[in-house]
Each structure stands twice: as C-alpha cells, then as structure tokens.
Design a protein around this ligand. Structure first.
Ligand SMILES: [Fe+2]
Length: 204
C-alpha cells in the first residue's frame, strides 16, 4: 500500500496572515508531496512496503544504508504532525491539564514559550523544535533535518518546522518572528492536549 499525501486540515489561506497561502501551498503540495512520492519509490517491493510510517522511522534510524528511507519517512510523518499542530485563530495559552503540566515542568507558560522560541531560533540549519513528553516531564527539544523525537522514545506533543521553506517567503531570515507568530496565532492546543491524553490513556 502506497503512502498518501494527507490533505491539509484547513484551506490554503486559512492561516493568513501568519502563514501565507503561497508558503502553505508550496510547503504541502511541493515539499511534503515530494517526501511522500520519494518514500513510495524507495520502499516499493522492500521489507518496508507494508510497514507504518512510525515503524519505518524507528527501524531505519541511524542505519547508514537506509538514510534516504529514514529521511523521507520521517519528513512525511513530521509534516502531517506539523499541519495538525496549527489551526486558524489558534495560539495563545492552553487550559486544563496541559496548562498544569506546562506550569509544573517550566514554572509558567511564559517560561515554556521563551524556551520554545529560543530553542527554535538557535537550531542550526534545518530542523524542528518540539514540545515532548519524556517519561512524565514535558520538555522542549530540537532535532536536526528530518529527525524527530520518536527515535529518542519521547512522545511528540507539538512541533514547529524551522526549515527555511516553512517561513522564508513570509518572514525571510526572521525565524524568531515566525516562532512568535506560531505561538501567538497558530498553535492548535486542542490537538496538543489530544496527544497528551492519547498517551495517558494508552498507559493508564
Ligand atoms: Fe517542512
């Protein structure tokens, strides 16, 4: 079964003006689509053809002969996750259980936001900044290129893609401004809470 390009969960212009229709169109229809097409070519008639994306990511991580498969599988997973982490009129602060956990792990929402923005801004080159659940702690982590926290046994809750293709048309070199807009106007906290709850239910 070939992997498919998941459609965006909102319209191309739904995140304007914080992420333009042009950025989202290129990012989903060119970058994400290419990772899906390349992955399908690479895994065709191999042991990975009928595996899930997560299984492929975990099985190919740090395997020198399988770097291309890892990169494309992880990028397909990362992009679908990233789209779900945003929504129109998103951002601001979460409430309930997530607010409590952020306070517990970081001291306050503002301290979490500062750490998330600073980590994303200092990730050298391409990569992602994440909020993850590691054991019972929330942590901010960064990963380079296609790598994601699944390979470190961490549960991804939120990510922002900080590859230049994610923001350059809208913010040029101002990655910090993009991260600020992402937290203030785009984050889909309901999705983040859902990730946390799914994990807690699975381990109840
Ligand atoms: Fe991307």
């Amino acid at each position: 079964m070939a992997f498919i390009l998941q459609p965006l969960p909102y319209a191309y212009d739904a995140l304007e003006p914080y992420m333009s229709e042009k950025t989202l169109g290129f990012h989903h229809d060119k970058h994400h689509a290419t990772y899906v097409a390349t992955l399908n070519t690479l895994v065709k008639e191999t042991e990975f053809a009928n595996k899930s994306l997560e299984e492929i990511v975990l099985a190919t991580y740090n395997e020198a002969s399988k770097t291309s498969i890892f990169n494309n599988a992880a990028q397909v997973w990362n992009h679908t996750f990233f789209w779900n982490c945003m929504k129109p009129n998103g951002g601001g602060q979460p409430s309930g259980i997530l607010a409590e956990k952020l306070n517990h792990s970081f001291g306050s929402f503002d301290r979490f936001a500062t750490e998330f923005k600073s980590a994303g801004a200092t990730q050298f080159g391409s990569g992602y900044v994440w909020l993850v659940l590691d054991q019972d702690q929330l942590k901010v982590v960064i990963t380079g290129n296609a790598t994601n926290p699944l390979v470190n046994q961490q549960i991804p809750l939120l990510t922002c893609d900080v590859w230049e293709h994610a923001y350059y048309l809208d913010y040029q070199n101002r990655r910090s401004d993009f991260l600020q807009s992402f937290l203030q106007h785009l984050v889909n906290w309901e999705f983040v809470i859902q990730q946390l709850q799914m994990h807690q239910l699975a381990h109840a």
